[in-house]
Design a protein around this ligand. Structure first.
Ligand code: PLP
Length: 375
């Protein structure tokens, strides 16, 4: 069967291969069967292997969108201590919202959504807090790796070094970087990492997962659960013994994820990142030609997503651009920051440089058409 190929340049769910799509067409199976447990064991262990060893880390799977994994970590591991949350975009802000809802002790570190985090100011804040008479010490720090709001890539390696120095467990939301940018949890001092099945791993939406340092996770055993579904320790214990989730998993999505993992291993994450980078460079050259400006500097950019400042050209509107591109098989995405009118193009998923070349051609076509129309 032929499936029409749409190129999704929204920041996930990303474009998938046909083999991943077809992997979902399987015989009905009860997820409590051992055969299905084998699939989940494979998925869990292989996801861990992309970023660390299975001796040191474990992957805990949940049915849900990416936010579920982030919320699972935030609600399960902090206890009565204090979490410092770096907020330099909508997803950092979302963690702050979670901390509010769960009534955690938290401190917020606000940083510009378009510029690199000032690490010395961050370190001073931690030092001051932990040496003061505050009731609790900062025990956890949460940061977004790739802030999909703008495309900024936060320097988690350096932040991890600060965390190591002050004995802080680092939580990384790697939703839109996991399997797209090489990550080494041990070397980067990451204790908990969150991601989902539908971004750079190139599977279908529906699985959210937490990769946790086993030793730290075991210690959360003594923290009273703040919810039922999202408690990581409980989900981990159940999975460890049965290779099953406590509640109904999205069965077919797991088959697709297994296939996506096989394809990611074959390509390797390093090569995948190179492919994404090559796509990004083609995009940036095209934007330069059209005199369209980027929001984030090259140095601070992930090269997985680009925020573009909307041009002040008569006849231009995001909706007209979106519809023009959509009719030709490309999906783009609106911006997400308030300070500037932007739209976003993500170059993740099963896309290739030739797709970006075509995209840039069509983008140019659109601008030529509106300029002509105005004359
Ligand atoms: C960095 C980051 N965190 C969290 C999320 C939330 O994921 P979801 O929409 O799957 O819940 C996203 C979604 O794009 C994201 O990019």
């Amino acid at each position: 069967m032929e499936i029409k190929r749409n190129i999704l340049l929204n920041p996930g769910p990303a474009t998938t291969s046909d083999t991943v799509k077809f992997a979902q067409v399987v015989t009905d199976i009860c997820p409590r069967e051992k055969e299905f447990g084998d699939i989940m064991e494979f998925v869990s262990k292989e996801l861990t292997s992309f970023v660390g060893s299975n001796d040191e880390y474990t992957t805990v799977l949940f049915g849900g969108s990416g936010t579920a994994a982030v919320e699972a970590i935030i609600s399960s591991v902090v206890g009565d201590n204090t979490i410092l949350i770096i907020n330099n975009g909508a997803y950092g802000k979302r963690i702050v919202e979670m901390a509010e809802i769960y009534n955690l002790n938290y401190r917020e570190y606000n940083s510009s959504p378009t510029e690199e985090i000032n690490l010395s100011v961050l370190e001073d804040l931690i030092k001051a807090h932990n040496s003061s008479n505050e009731k609790t010490h900062i025990s956890h720090l949460a940061v977004i790796h790739h802030e999909t709001t703008t495309g900024i890539l936060n320097d988690i390696k350096s932040i991890g070094e600060i965390c190591n120095k002050y004995d802080i467990e680092m939580i990384v939301d790697a939703m839109s970087s996991f399997a797209g940018i090489p990550i080494n949890m041990h070397k980067m001092n990451i204790t908990y990492l969150a991601s989902s099945s539908n971004k750079c791993i190139q599977g279908m939406a529906g699985i959210s997962f937490v990769i946790a340092n086993k030793e730290s996770l075991e210690k959360t055993n003594s923290i009273k659960p703040r919810n039922l579904y999202l408690n990581i320790y409980k989900q981990y214990l159940y999975f460890k013994d049965n290779y099953q989730m406590r509640f109904t998993p999205p069965v077919q999505v797991l088959y697709a994820l297994k296939q996506a993992i096989i394809e990611a291993k074959k390509e390797t994450i390093e090569k995948r990142y190179e492919r994404y980078e090559a796509c990004c460079k083609i995009l940036w050259n095209g934007l330069d030609k059209l005199n369209l400006k980027r929001l984030v500097s090259e140095k601070a950019s992930s090269m997985l997503l680009t925020s573009i400042i909307e041009p002040k050209i008569e006849g231009y509107s995001f909706d007209s651009l979106h519809d023009y591109l959509y009719n030709k098989g490309f999906t783009i995405y609106p911006g997400k920051i308030n300070s500037e009118d932007t739209f976003r193009i993500a170059n993740i998923g099963q896309i290739y440089p030739e797709n970006m070349v075509k995209f840039v051609e069509i983008l140019e076509e659109y601008f030529i058409a509106i300029v002509k129309y105005q004359k």
